[in-house]
Design a protein around this ligand. Sequence first.
Ligand SMILES: Cc1ncc(COP(=O)(O)O)c(C=O)c1O
Length: 398
Amino acid sequence: MKFASITQRLSGLGGAKWGVHFRARTLKAAGRDIIELTIGEPDVPPRPELLDDAADAMRAGRMGYSNGMGEPGLREALAQRYSASTGREITPDQVMCLPGTQTSLFTTLIGLVEDGDEVLVGDPMYATYEGCIRASGAAMVPVPLDPENGFRIRAADIAARITPRSRAILLNTPHNPTGAVLTQDDIREIGALARKHDLWIISDEVYEELIFDGVPFASPLAEPDLADRAVVVSSISKSHAAPGFRSGWAIGSTEFTSNLLSLSETMLFGSQPFLADATAAAVSAPSPVAPGMRQRFAARAATLAQRLEAESALTVSRPQAGMFALIDISSTGMDAETYAFDLLEQAGVAVMPGTSFGATLGTWVRVALTAPDAALETACERIIAHAAARQGALAATS
Ligand SMILES: Cc1ncc(COP(=O)(O)O)c(C=O)c1O
């Protein structure tokens, strides 16, 4: 039977990236002592209040269809929240509720770009970006992120890759996997480019509430002169430790939401009313679980950096936010994938090869900071011992 070309465009974008993770699970199932630092998920359950709110709403009969924009109560709550955080008036008409950041991003890309267009995106990037862009038919144009610039995307590097086909810049701040947070100057420089070349700016801000102490957050949604072209996608997946709720949103101009409405109506009818009610309550107050995650993830990143840099030739790029840290493994003389499989087999520590997130991270691996402190300490010891053995092997062959 014949399949549509989208299946071809997306083929090969799935499982291959997770080879180390799957191998780790196999070894674990066979009884090996493996410390898994591959996948990052909130390390706490959602607060019982969130579950109670959803259950109460279900019992109260909020189980019917929603509509293509989402429930009015949630759109109002998000409009208030984003008006307060951006200092601009964001109205409920600018808010479209969708199941998670992922679906919001997918819908946004399908609605804004197509075959013949190009989307500029930092490399490395979150694992699904390439698929979302390719699904739309547009081409992905990777913009290498420079560790010397803290992995923050540079406007000049974007400018160098703009062509007449460029249609959108996809930002991710805070960034997965690097933990970089864009500054207001970064956003304004990128915004000037977007205005000059008439590009959309799509900003995935799902980690906004996991920014470590003292790091300021900036969003293109807060810039009045980007009002017609900025779109923010986010959710309660990380902020409220509730990825399974699949409760997210896209916020842009009213022109953006009105043009995407028929797409959303064709696919879904917003988020389920009972989830929308629980989410409205959740986003109307500071998250009760985010401060603990911020504190734990920042402390673990510091531990990883201190131990590895004091006791090995490995270096760590300190994240400013999020659930991950990157280790520069170039001193081992191995590429990221070889290193990650070797570390797993020899030392029983599973990390993600940087190349799973883009070509730029050829000598980096990503470590999830969501494992308990004791597991991370043991992982540090194993990584240090593995690096020492590797240095010994290199010395012997040189
Ligand atoms: C950068 C980034 N965007 C989007 C998502 C998906 O978020 P959601 O669960 O809200 O769909 C993730 C999940 O890990 C992510 O890291």
